[in-house]
Every structure is written in C-alpha cells, then in structure tokens.
Design a protein around this ligand. Sequence first.
Ligand SMILES: Nc1nc2c(ncn2[C@@H]2O[C@H](COP(=O)(O)OP(=O)(O)OP(=O)(O)O)[C@@H](O)[C@H]2O)c(=O)[nH]1
Length: 814
Amino acid sequence: MTKIRVHEYAKKVNKSSKEVIEELGKMNVEVTNHMSTIDPGSAEKLDKKFSPANNNKSTTKSSPRPQGQNSNRPQGQTQTGNRPQSQTGNRPQGQSNNRPQGQNGSRSQGQSQTSNNRSQSGQSANRPQGQNSNRPQGQTGNRPQGQGNNTNRPQGQSTNRPATAGSNTSQGGQNRPNQGPSSQNRQGGGGNRRGGRPPARGINQGRRRHRPANPMPKVEKPLPEKITFYESLSVGELANKLGREPSEIIKKLFLLGVMATINQELDKDAIELICAEYDVEVEEEIRIDVTDLEIYFEDPDSDEDEAESATEAIERPPVVTIMGHVDHGKTTLLDSIRDTKVTQGEAGGITQHIGAYQIESNGKKITFLDTPGHAAFTTMRARGAKVTDLTILVVAADDGVMPQTVEAISHAKAAEVPIIVAVNKMDKPSANPDRVMQELTEHGLVPEAWGGDTIFVPISALKGEGIDQLIEMILLVAEVGELKADPKVRAKGTVIEAQLDRGRGAVATLLVQDGTLHVGDPIVVGNTYGRVRAMINDVGRRVKEVGPSAPVEITGLSNVPQAGDRFVVFKDEKTARQIGETRAGEAIQEQRTEKARVTLDNLFEQMKEGEMKEINLIVKADVQGTVEAMAASLMKIDVEGVNVKIIHTGAGAINESDISLAAASNAIVIGFNVRPDVNAKRAADEEGVDVRLHRVIYKVVEEIESAMKGLLDPEFEEKVIGQVEVRETFKVSKVGTIAGSYVTDGKISRDSGVRIYRDNIMIFEGELDTLKRFKDDAKEVAKGYECGITIKNFNDIKEGDIIEAYIMQEVKRV
Ligand SMILES: Nc1nc2c(ncn2[C@@H]2O[C@H](COP(=O)(O)OP(=O)(O)OP(=O)(O)O)[C@@H](O)[C@H]2O)c(=O)[nH]1
C-alpha cells in the first residue's frame, strides 16, 4: 500500500484533515499538516478508526470539536455536486425551512434533517453519497446559522439537540447492520449528527437520559412498628402507612379472599389481617366528639378540668312526673302539692309556671315536673332525656283504670321508672279503692297489702288529704334509689320547656341534673348556645346559682331550644360557641337528610296504603306547650279517609328550614302567635309554601279541617244547562224514537243528563244516547237550533215533551 497524504486520506474517509491529523496524533504518528503523508500501517489503523462501522464512535469523539464542522463543509460541498438533483432540490427547502428559526435552529435542523433523510429513503443507489449527501445538507443547512451560533453557544446546541439527536442515534444504531435504505438514512442521520455535531452529543445525552430508567434495585421502606387508624382505611392509605405498594396490599387481600381496589375502604378486621401479615401492630383511634352532649352525661370525666373539680356526689332531690287518665286529678294534685308546700317559707313568692317546681318537706326537696301526662314524658324520653326518677300514677277511685292509665303504666315501665299509685278522689262517696287496686294488679301493679311491692296512697287532691303521706312515700322511694349528684362540677341537665319571649328573647326552663348552674355560665343547650344572663326560680325569684334537681328559667340563649334537649356548661364562652355552632350546623344537615327521609316515607306509605291520603303539617308556636296542644288538637281531626301527619313542631318563629322542609314534604306550615322571619317569608313566596298564621286554636283546627275536606273525593252538584222542546218524533227501526227538537234555552251537550217532563211532570230521567245536527253527531247544540235526540233506554218520547239538560259539576266541600 502506497503512502497517502493526510488530505487525500481525509477526503477518502470523508473526514477533515484536522480530524485525521488529530487521530494520527492519538496514534502517536507524527504529522505536521494536511500535506504530510501517512504510512500504510497508520492508514490501516485509521481505516479501522474511520471505517463505517466506527463512524458513530469517531463522530461521537470528534463531534465536540467545533472545527469539525468547518472542515466538513468543503467536503460536503464537493459532494453536493454528486448528489442527484432531487436531493439538491430537497435540500434548499429543508435549509430554508430550518434557517429562519434562529437560535432554535439546531433542534429544528435536526428535525428537518430527519425528515430529509426520510424523504430520501428511496435513494439506496446513492448511499455512500447519501451518507455524505445528507451530511452536507445538514452541514450546509446548519452552518450558516450554525457557524454563527456555534461560536457563541456550544451549550445552546447541546441543550437544544438531545431529543431529535437521541432518536436518530438509536435508529442508526439499530439499523446499521442491515445496510438497507432505512439504515442508509439512519447513517445519513448519523452523518447529520456528525456534520451538525450537536446531535452527536445528544447521543450521549440520550443515553444518559435513559440511564435513570434502568431499574434501580428497589429498597423497601422499613415497616413501621405500629400503625393507627380511625374507623377505617382505604387500601391506598393502608399501603402508605405500611410503606408498601398498594398492589402488594391488593394481592395480599386477594389471597385472603378479599377483592379490593385501591380506594376500597377496609374495615378493622381486614386492616388487622393485613398488618398481621407484616407483623405490624394496629391500634384503632377513638376520637371523642366534643359536640356530642350525651358524652358529658355518660362519662363525666370526658371534660378533663371538670374531673379535677369533681368531689364526691351527694344526695339530690328526686324528680317526679305525674301521669294518669284524663280528669283523674293530675293538675289538681300538682296544684295541691304546690299550694301546700311551695309557699311555705317563700312568703311573697309568686308561683311561676315554668314547667317544674320544687317543694320542701322535712328539709328534703322534691322536684315535680309541671306538665302532667305521658305525652311530655314520652317526648323527653324520645329525645333521649332521662329526667324522671319517679312517677305518680293518679287513678280516680270512682273511675278506676282507664285507657290512659294503662298507657301511663307502659311508659313508666319502658323507662324503668318506679311507680307510686295515688288513688285520688277518695272524698267521693262513689270511691272504690279496692276496685282500683284490683284493676291495677291486672297490669302488674300489686299493692304491698296484697303481697306486691307497689305503693298505693289514697288521697283527695281536691281536699289536700293524703298529700303528706304521698310526699313521704316519694322521699322513701327516692332514698332507696340513692339519687346522687355532684354540686361542685359544671352544670348539665335537660330542657323542660322553652319559648320565645317578646321582651326577653329565648327563655328556657332547665332542670339541673348534675353540678351547679351559675349566672354567667357559658352554656350549650341543644343546638343553641349562650351565656346564662339571668335565672328565675319556680317562685319567681332571681337566683345566682342552682344545684342538682332544681328547675330554673334562664335567658341569654341565642335561639329557642326544644323540650328534652340536653344542656352542658363549658369552661369558656368560646368553647360553648364553637360547640353550639357546630351542633346547629349539624342539625340543619340532619334536617335536610330527614327531608329526604320524609319524602321516602311518604312514598312508602302511599304504596302501602294505596289510595290513602294525608296532609303534612309543620306546627310552630310561641311556647312549646302550645305547640304540643296544637299538635294534639290537629291529630284529633277526623275527616274520613285523610290522615294528619305532623312532620315537625317547634317553638319560635317560622324559619327558612321550616319552609324548606315544607317544600320538600308538600306540607302546610301553621304558625300560632308567631310569624315567619324575613328569610322564611321570602323562601315561602319562592317555593309557594302555604303558611297559615293564627291566634286562636280552634280556627287553626277549623281551617285544616276544611282543607282536609277539600282533599276528599270531589262532591258533585247538578247544574241545569238548557231546555229543549220536542217538536216531532220519528220512529226508526234499530234506532228507536228520534225526537226532532228545538233548543229553547241554554244548550244541550252530548254528555248531559236529561229529564223529560210532560205537562210539567217528570216522566223519565236518564242519559242522552245520540245528539245530532242533521245527520252529523254534535257535541253540543245551542239555543235557537234544531237537533235530533235519542234517549238511552227510553222510546216513549212525544211531541210537546220538554227535555231538561243538566250536567254534574264538582263543588268544593265546606
Ligand atoms: N271530688 C274530687 N274531685 C277531684 C279531685 N281531684 C280532682 N278533682 C276534680 O276532677 C276534675 C279533673 O281534675 P284535673 O286535675 O283537671 O284532672 P286532670 O287529670 O289534670 O285532667 P286533664 O288535665 O284533663 O288530663 C276537676 O273538676 C277536679 O276538681 C278529688 O280529689 N276529689
């Protein structure tokens, strides 16, 4: 092999002389310039270096060199001459497309090169040049920009290039051995890269970028020793807590026979099973809902600083409810006890009816709930309030056990409240206490005298006889019951009655069941809250504090609570407000849910009861007692086939939520001595809810009654609509007698009922069969027109007969 000059060799391998010189330098072959000669050995080595198989490698190596571009250019240009026209034709387009893109040129160059390569894919014959020809395109195209750019921004190039360059490289790499058209292009691509060097760097970058994708050896997070959860966890949450992939948890669940998705909630058992698999301890968090007033009754220690002030519970007065049948003397007994005992020592005190009162006998107090009857008792129980310690069952000795007596027994028994029987009206000659005892035995109340354990006290409420003995018995039973409370703790108890007072705002009678209530105490009552502004006891005295079992009327609440609501005093007003507001919000939410329930209930009931009709009512009044009285009266309304359903009651103004409930349940709102507030009025107008305001109870009942009558099947009334005179008759076989008639008054219609009069005497009443004008059927024929009439089941019609036409018209019930 003869020696070859550097520039000749460079030309041969399509490299710049400088690249060749550099490469020779690396091989420790000294050459001075492009005119230097290369010995065959070195040339062979160079061949290996620059052989097509090594093109990429050498390109990669040489590409960082800026000069490479310059030295390539002349070659490219030379080869451009060899390029088929089509290529040349393509190139300028590509170039011109690429060039204007300024600084981004290198990236778009790469892209356009790629597209150029693709378009040239059919040029396999030109491949050797193709490689070159692509390159020069790229070079030529790039350089004018590239030169300028390159000098200034080697980094810029490298940052712009990677995407395209990377993809080109991988293609070239894969396809090279095939030497097919595509590989040619790819080589071309490689050429481009070489020429437009920046992409070559992109190769490395591309590789670098891929490297992180290589699967890293996965390090599993250490398992926690213990996890906690509240109520439940989703698969994803559990996986997160355990530091494991959700798929792993799902797999484990699957093996445990549970098909789960990542968002599926797992119950305690499932969580424990999974944690057991990982040997991780599980603990369920128990959160105390501070807004649930019941917890303060169930667990007095739930309030931490409360527990500190707690001392030992001491005896407290019993709370007594009086029940019995109507007119058996409940009210008389309550009055009698109050009159004989309350005023003693309370000279000047004016008896206040606040729903409860306290008496004192032999230094011991007893609290009586002033609302006799089991309705109030049950209302309270239904709200979860256990207020009563003892029940006095009043049975009139002259009347014996009556239905409500039995009901009262059931209610007291259900509430597990002991019963003392007061056999009343013993002053009456017709009194028969033995009969009462006998009858009560049948209901499980066996007198002590007969071997049972029920205390019977014969009394005369009217005359005040036996009252002392009754009180003695109450105290005895209370003693056995060991009723205790701690006067040192913050007060809690139940609302006995509540109302809206025009002057004082929301007023509530509270029964303190534990602790002591003070003026100024921050308090949550039901769904409302406030600070106790003033307290008045049952004899109308202002008091500063009241202890266990005492009833007291308070003001200072932001809203009217309901009878049976719980109250709890909190350490500061902020806490009370927070809890109160939360509860109010929850109550509204609950009411909304209830609305839906009401509608569903209606649906169900209608399905169940078929044609059953009912009227839904919402009753609001100024005082809780009136609400109950009104509800009771309305429930008594007896209109055939219609049910009264009171879906909501309450004391206080008609508010927006009443209206929305009414709208949802198709109910009528009745306000007694109360009006809708501004928002409620607007809502009622918007929703078209009927709001009836009254001041007299019987008017309410009357109005509802008539409304309910309107709900019944309509009543019909006959209305004469016209008169027709028969002027001629025609007998037609198969049809019967046709009356050729003339409408003398009003009209006659096809659906009329008819009465036929002959000499002013009605001879027939029935229905029209046909009504015709000439040959055509007519719907109705008016005064002054002739018509042909046949009557159903009547053929004896004669000339001169008068036909009276009438219809049945719907009338409203009154
Ligand atoms: N002779 C007699 N009459 C009594 C006695 N106790 C009550 N009465 C009379 O019985 C009637 C009914 O008495 P109330 O105390 O109103 O009876 P009640 O059980 O409260 O009745 P309601 O409130 O309708 O449930 C009244 O006329 C009382 O005067 C009694 O001990 N002797």
